[in-house]
Structure formats: structure tokens, C-alpha cells
Design a binder for this molecule. Structure first.
Ligand SMILES: [Zn+2]
Length: 78
């Protein structure tokens, strides 16, 4: 898959990713903090590491994927 580097969210650690998804309101039901992580995958695009979080709203079932730029800390923890 092709990652749009503009839409990738810059984070400093994994905890920031989880905090981020809880701040984003669901586009469908407008509820906040309802996204639950279904699948987390590590992706490399042009040698840059990205974390993809496939989430689902626990309220209405809407699915949303978040892409995080983890180049700030990737390699320091793994
Ligand atoms: Zn929803």
C-alpha cells in the first residue's frame, strides 16, 4: 500500500498512538473515545517505518485506519 506521508501522524512513542485514536471522534456517530484497536501492523514505505492501526468504533461499528510515522522512535525500542 502507498502511504501518504502527509496523512501519517507524527508520534514519539506507541502510547501517543493509543492516546491519539481516543481523541478522534468517529466520523459516523461523532462519538469520541470509542475506537478500539483491531489490528496493528508495521509497514515500511521508502525505508520509513509506519505503524498502521486498524480500529473500529465500539458505538456504531465504523472502521477507521490510522497511520503513524514512527521513525522518531523505531529502532530505539525494538
Ligand atoms: Zn461510531
Amino acid at each position: 500500500m502507498k502511504i501518504d506521508s502527509i496523512s501519517a501522524i507524527d508520534v514519539g512513542n506507541i502510547e501517543e498512538e493509543y492516546r491519539y485514536i481516543l481523541q478522534i471522534p468517529c466520523e459516523q456517530c461523532k462519538f469520541k473515545g470509542t475506537f478500539k484497536l483491531n489490528l496493528q501492523s508495521l509497514i515500511f514505505e521508502e525505508n520509513q517505518p509506519y505503524d498502521k492501526l486498524d480500529c473500529q468504533c465500539q458505538n456504531c461499528g465504523a472502521k477507521k485506519s490510522f497511520i503513524f510515522d514512527i521513525s522518531n522512535f523505531f529502532g530505539k525500542l525494538f
